[in-house]
Design a binder for this molecule. Structure first.
Ligand SMILES: NC(=O)C1=CN([C@@H]2O[C@H](COP(=O)(O)OP(=O)(O)OC[C@H]3O[C@@H](n4cnc5c(N)ncnc54)[C@H](OP(=O)(O)O)[C@@H]3O)[C@@H](O)[C@H]2O)C=CC1
Ligand SMILES: N[C@@H](CC=O)C(=O)O
Length: 427
């Protein structure tokens, strides 16, 4: 049987999983592809670092040229992460006519279009199933199984680290730092977890999902992004008593002729399927105008689950090599990008307010809401101490415009502070 040689750039959490899976599932992969797939060379930053997988008979190097200049290596897996130097590395690999499989959402969300063009010009494949929702095969599902439907909305939990942290805080009472440390130890978090907790990793994934679902090219600046760092335990408990759980959701929706995309903590009704997604698991809900609501669930982070998605890409590229059909972009659905106007984005909101406990405050708040044409379905006031109270409200539907007006008006009152304003997702 003919052999195809593979190069790996990166041998951390995901790279080790890829090497392990390729070694253990060799026979099955060969059966499906008709080719023997062997890892020949691995590029890492530090060749002396101890590894938890065997690299016997594989060249371990810190020199990318060992892959670029090796005509035997046809497919390269980039799992080093980050935008630079990963962008330069992938560009050089494609220009050297190597097919590239990557899990790098930061890079694909920021420069995917440019890299797809370089891949196309070189008749190479550039595929990245693992870049969104780890082990869930969502991108190819959207390309193949929603090809004829019009996707109206794609939303879900697309970051394993933050879902793990929120789950531990809510179910086990762990502190934020303790839960983050454990997520890092388990290999879910990025090497610098800032992007995870700040919602930026989820935003990158929503950019890729929006491209696949709506054919639009969003930039990170087109989205409002709020992470989980400022979620207060008091709001977690209050949400719970209202029948909701707080989840970091990515939402991308077609509204009229525009696209709305956002990442933020959302109060999800406990009987909504997304409320039941715990730990590092992810779930992506795709709503098509013909099919209706569909839900895809699975591990969103971790070495082997992510490696499984990388392997599905390697198999797909190998089949393309065998059939001589390489060079087609993973997704070439294109559409003009119009963003929605804030008046068109309507949700109920959970508002958490810290206020001085003096007479007339509640009346003031009610008047503010009436003035902007908003109303509420639930309100709870809790005394904090002699001078202050926490008031939480669940509003009826209001637009982002109304919310902005309310926030601006509240800011004018020294005696009322807005602690949180989260969207509410019913069942
Ligand atoms: N971890 C996860 O659950 C998931 C990760 N991803 C994505 O997969 C990619 C890899 O993530 P992960 O495996 O967790 O990352 P790790 O930090 O665990 O591993 C990174 C690897 O890349 C190598 N590396 C980093 N910089 C360089 C460089 N400049 N030159 C050569 N090698 C370099 C490191 O070398 P050395 O070992 O010598 O330090 C290391 O082996 C990222 O894009 C990430 O976003 C996607 C889905 C899930
Ligand atoms: N850090 C990411 C890893 C997978 O993309 C996450 O936690 O989801």
């Amino acid at each position: 049987m003919e052999t195809i040689k593979i190069g790996l750039v990166g041998l951390g959490t995901v790279g080790s999983g890829v090497l392990q899976m390729l070694t253990q599932n060799q026979a099955k992969i060969s059966n499906i592809t008709g080719r023997q797939l062997d890892v020949k060379t691995i590029v890492v930053r530090d060749i002396n670092k101890p590894r938890n997988v065997s690299t016997d008979n594989i060249m371990l190097t810190d020199d990318l040229n060992q892959i670029i200049n090796d005509p035997e290596i046809k497919i390269v897996v980039e799992v080093m992460g980050g935008i630079h130097p990963a962008k330069e590395v992938i560009t050089a690999l494609l220009n050297a006519k190597k097919h590239v499989v990557t899990a790098n959402k930061d890079l694909i969300a920021s420069a995917g279009e440019e890299l797809a063009k370089i891949a196309h010009d070189n008749q190479c494949d550039l595929v990245y199933e693992a870049s969104v929702a780890g082990g869930i095969p969502i991108l190819r599902t959207i390309v193949n199984s929603f090809a004829a439907d019009q996707i109206m909305e794609v939303k879900g939990i697309v970051n394993g680290t933050t879902n793990y942290i929120l789950t531990q805080m809510q179910h086990r009472g762990w502190g934020y730092q303790e839960a983050l440390k454990k997520a890092q130890e388990l290999g879910f978090a990025e090497s610098d977890p800032t992007n995870d907790v700040a919602g930026i990793d989820a935003a990158y994934k929503m950019i890729i999902l929006s491209q696949f679902s709506f054919g639009v090219h969003l930039s990170i600046d087109d989205m409002k992004i709020i992470g989980i760092q400022d979620i207060q335990l008091e709001d977690v408990k209050q949400a719970d008593s209202f029948g909701y759980t707080i989840k970091l959701l990515g939402i991308a929706r077609r509204i009229n002729n525009g696209i709305f995309a956002e990442v933020a903590p959302v109060l999800v009704a406990k009987d909504h399927p997304l409320a039941t997604i715990n730990n590092e698991n992810n779930a992506v809900m795709v709503t098509g105008s013909a099919v209706g609501e569909t839900l895809f669930y699975g591990p969103g982070a971790g070495g082997l689950p992510t490696a499984n998605s990388v392997l599905s890409d390697i198999v797909s590229v190998t089949k393309n090599i065998v059939l001589g059909t390489t060079g087609n972009s993973f997704n070439n659905y294109q559409h003009e990008t119009n963003l929605v106007t804030p008046e068109d984005v309507v949700y109920p909101y959970y508002l958490s307010l810290a206020m001085l406990d003096v007479p007339g405050q509640m009346l003031k708040l009610t008047q503010l809401m009436t003035k902007i044409g908003a109303s509420f379905s639930q309100i709870v006031q809790t005394k904090q101490d002699d001078q202050s109270a926490r008031v939480v409200i669940i509003t009826h539907d209001m637009s982002k415009d109304q919310l902005a007006q309310l926030i601006a008006q509240i800011a004018e009152f020294k005696s009322i502070d807005l602690v949180a304003a989260y969207k509410v997702l019913g069942n």
